[in-house]
Ligand binder design. Structure first.
Ligand code: SF4
Ligand code: SF4
Length: 99
């Protein structure tokens, strides 16, 4: 989490299925990272891209981070690799469940 970006809106806490996030002193905090199973609901819900998912070596290289940028109709996954390379994948939210 990039705490300095957090505005304490609580959206991440509202969507976490494990109730793992709390708002303290106007900032979100993960109670215990060992309890998180990486569903990424909080990553998608954060309007400030303050929460990121750390990618293991097999998923983008050690140090890679996955963020989400949310706009009205589009969710954009932003993959920042450790070497600075950035890849973006835009998903139309209205078609996200079409297979
Ligand atoms: S990724 Fe972890 S902290 Fe975030 S919503 Fe899912 S279980 Fe909760
Ligand atoms: S959703 Fe983002 S900005 Fe809002 S409380 Fe959670 S981390 Fe902070």
């Amino acid at each position: 989490m990039e705490t300095e970006k957090c505005i304490g809106c609580g959206r991440c806490a509202d969507v976490c299925p494990g109730n793992l996030l709390v708002i303290e002193a106007g900032r979100a905090r993960l109670r215990d990272a060992r309890d998180c199973w990486g569903c990424t609901a909080c990553v998608k819900a954060c309007p400030r891209a303050a929460i990121f998912y750390t990618l293991e070596a097999s998923l983008g290289g050690a140090g890679g981070r996955l963020y989400a940028e949310d706009s009205r109709d589009t969710l954009t996954w932003v993959l920042r690799l450790a070497d600075g390379e950035e890849q973006r994948i835009a998903v139309n939210k209205k078609q996200a469940n079409d297979y």
